[in-house]
Design a protein. Structure first.
Lengths: 333, 377
């Protein structure tokens, strides 16, 4: 099912992004090998100029990944009418084995890319570009991941086949097609809820603690990562139920739909920004001791940690607001 | 934050005036860009509206239709079949339907003859669709004769013409009474064309269909959701094909944008040189060029999209109908309901702005690293 406008768009985007990154890989290798900030040679001047191109290019690639992630989820939701038993995006992603891996790969690429951009930002603020080599080594490490994500997407889309009637012999697909459930596994409610709020509190707390004391940067990253996983589990197991006011609808994607007033954006935006900011704090911490970065890293990390803390608080508040406002009662008494 | 916003404001301000200084060059780019957006947006709006219309129409269709098959061909439902259906749990209502096709050699078109389920039509009269009335020049009260497949001539008088707003489905429709239908096509009482079943609970539809298929091995149940899915995928496929063909145009456009962005005039080069000499950094020039691209893209996207909207919903998409609509002698005249979908806009964005941005990245950088001394010398 390649001839679908959104699928063509997504494949085009991943193709161009992979092409751009592969195209820039030789330049990255060149920079890693020959970079010498103290040299005034023509070669060094050329390399310095190329760093501008590469960072613009990567910013572009990563912005595209972000939009592509959204489009991917929307497209999955739109296509649910083409498959027997698929009610929403979950069903469509379950059509073959590559749906969810493709989505997860895209999310991972997004977070790693965000961390790379934070490192890039810190590096360009310093007068002697101390992280140039590390940056481009990381970039080369990111390339295979992007390739994997693109390959998974290809496999997923190539494997899709709609259940369609042919004009001469209408046949009943519904008969032998296995049901694609829109239900995700549900955990016991109360422990999940406690874990949900506890982890959010830890993540927000770590962020604000870093702001005050400038310590525990790795904890900010660790708790943000943990909070992302727990928050997704929480959305799956109970927040979505409260939004849909239905005790068995565990879909994390339907909340993005107009039927539910796009409430999902209020959840996912803080969630993704908070996680990205928290991870960024950890990503630049190893470089805090480099002479030209001693003042820059804490300043940037402080801003990011504050942002992460605020976003986690906001996320918790939005989720609580949705739960309180819902007419669904899951915990009696 | 304030300083950042102010900086972007000044950059935009500068970019706008710099764009205005080179009207002819930028106008050409804008024109081609707008055309590309217009073309793709028209295709997308049109197919989306058709999809929407199909889904809307099928809302009133029965959930399950049961057809009898003989040697792989659709056959009449024999007497007693309806009763043998008995009571299948979940089926709210069942009825035998009578309908068929009739070829009219006068206008060389196929009509759909049908006995309406609810409405009673007097014997000897017809209710006809607007498309047919137009083709045969009929008005209420006129008499029209059809030669049946047995060779006899049947005169009918036109009792009513169906309203125009239902023309998408009723252009070729002829409604008649049950008695007339059976006489005209020589169908004995008790026989039906097919059976329509309505099922209230959507989750039950598949169970009902499975039971029907087991109970009547000589029949095929057709589900509404399957018809809907088929329409959806046909329209999607057509849209996809047109877009895949249009991707050549997009490629050409990307090359054009690349050329435009890299072919800096001597004057532009000098301008960038001066900017850098007075203290702009390479990053600032890239930002300025970024805003240039963003402004041109935004303008082209808005103009192109609005033009496509007018083209599809005001002027009945005169340019694309032959490819996307299909054809028939009695083609219905219809107005599409305007539907805009955020998802479509996002997809369109990927097809137009994304290639443009990707194509101009390297030329922008080339322009930005210009040495001030080399161009001002």
């Amino acid at each position: 099912m390649i001839f679908q406008s959104a699928i063509i768009a997504l494949l085009l985007a991943s193709l161009v992004c992979v092409g751009l990154l592969i195209g820039s890989a030789p330049y990255a290798v060149d920079i890693i090998r020959h970079w010498n900030i103290n040299s005034g040679s023509e070669k060094q001047l050329l390399l310095e100029r190329r760093t501008y191109l590469l960072s613009t290019l990567l910013g572009f690639v990563f912005a595209t990944q972000l939009v592509a992630l959204l489009l991917f989820v929307f497209n999955a939701d739109k296509m649910s009418s083409m498959f027997v038993g698929a009610m929403c995006a979950v069903g469509t992603l379950n059509v073959n084995a590559f749906g969810f891996p493709a989505l997860f790969a895209q999310i991972v690429v997004f977070f790693l890319a965000a961390s790379w951009l934070v490192i890039n930002h810190v590096d360009t603020r310093a007068c002697d570009y101390p992280l140039v080599r590390i940056k481009y080594i990381l970039l080369l490490a990111l390339l295979p991941l992007l390739l994997v994500a693109a390959a998974l997407q290809w496999r997923y889309f190539l494997g899709l086949k709609a259940d369609v009637i042919t004009s001469c012999c209408g046949s009943l697909f519904s008969e032998d097609a296995k049901g694609l459930s829109g239900d995700a596994a549900a955990a016991p409610l109360l422990p999940t809820m406690i874990a949900f709020y506890a982890t959010l509190a830890l993540a927000a707390g770590a962020g604000f603690f870093y702001r005050l004391r400038q310590r525990g940067a790795y904890f900010v990253a660790l708790f943000s990562m943990l909070a992302f996983i727990v928050a997704m589990a929480g959305i799956l197991s109970f927040v979505s139920l409260y939004i849909y006011e239905h005790p068995h609808h565990h879909c994390p994607f339907c909340v993005l739909k107009p039927e539910y007033d796009y409430q999902g954006y209020w959840l996912y935006l803080p969630l993704f920004i908070g996680t990205a900011a928290g991870l960024g704090v950890g990503a630049i911490q190893p470089f805090a001791r480099i002479a030209s970065l001693t003042s820059i890293v804490p300043a940037v990390a402080r801003k990011l940690a504050t942002l992460a803390g605020v976003m986690w608080l906001l996320f918790a508040a939005v989720a609580s607001f949705m739960i309180v406002n819902s007419r669904l009662v899951l915990l009696a008494g | 934050m304030h300083a950042w916003i102010a900086k972007q404001q000044y950059l935009i301000d500068f970019t706008l005036s710099s764009l205005a200084r080179r009207k002819a060059k930028n106008f050409g780019l804008l024109l081609v860009y707008t055309l590309i957006v217009f073309l793709l947006a028209s295709v997308m709006l049109f197919t989306h509206a058709l999809r929407h219309e199909a889904a809307h129409l099928l809302e009133g269709a029965p959930e399950v239709v049961l057809q009898r098959m003989v040697a792989g061909r659709h056959d009449l439902i024999p007497p007693g079949y309806l009763e043998r259906l008995g009571r299948i749990r979940g089926v709210q209502h069942k009825e035998g339907r009578l309908w068929g096709y009739y070829y009219d050699p006068v206008v060389k078109a196929n009509y759909t003859f049908m006995v309406p389920g609810k409405e009673n039509i007097a014997t000897g009269t017809l209710v006809v669709g607007a498309g047919l009335a137009r083709a045969r020049g009929l008005a209420v009260g006129n008499v029209i004769s059809f030669r049946s497949y047995a060779g006899n001539l049947f005169p009918f008088s036109v009792a009513r013409i169906l309203p125009q707003d239902s023309e998408l489905v009723s252009a070729d429709l002829v409604l008649m009474s049950e008695g007339d239908f059976r006489r005209f096509f020589d169908i004995a009482p008790g026989y039906f064309t097919d059976i329509a079943l309505s099922v209230a609970n959507p989750l039950e539809v598949r169970n009902v269909a499975t039971k029907l298929a087991q109970q009547f091995p000589d029949s095929r149940p057709i589900l509404r959701e399957e018809i809907l899915r088929t329409y959806e995928s046909i329209f999607n496929w057509r849209e996809g094909i047109v877009l895949a063909l249009a991707s050549l145009a997009i490629l050409a456009f990307a090359i054009f944008a690349w050329e435009k962005a890299s072919g800096l005039s001597a004057e532009e080069k000098r301008e960038i040189g001066i900017l850098k000499a007075i203290g702009w950094e390479t990053g600032d020039v890239i930002k300025m060029k970024f805003w240039e691209g963003a402004l041109v893209s935004l303008a082209a996207f808005l103009i192109g999209y609005v033009a496509a909207y007018l083209h599809v919903f005001r002027f009945s998409s005169a340019l694309f109908t032959p490819v996307l609509k299909g054809w028939a002698v009695l083609y219905p005249r219809f107005e599409l309901t305007p539907v805009i979908d955020g998802f479509q806009v996002a997809t369109l964005f990927f097809f137009t702005v994304f290639p443009y941005a990707a194509a101009t990245l390297v030329p922008i950088w080339r322009a930005a690293i210009t040495d001030p001394d080399s161009v001002m010398r």
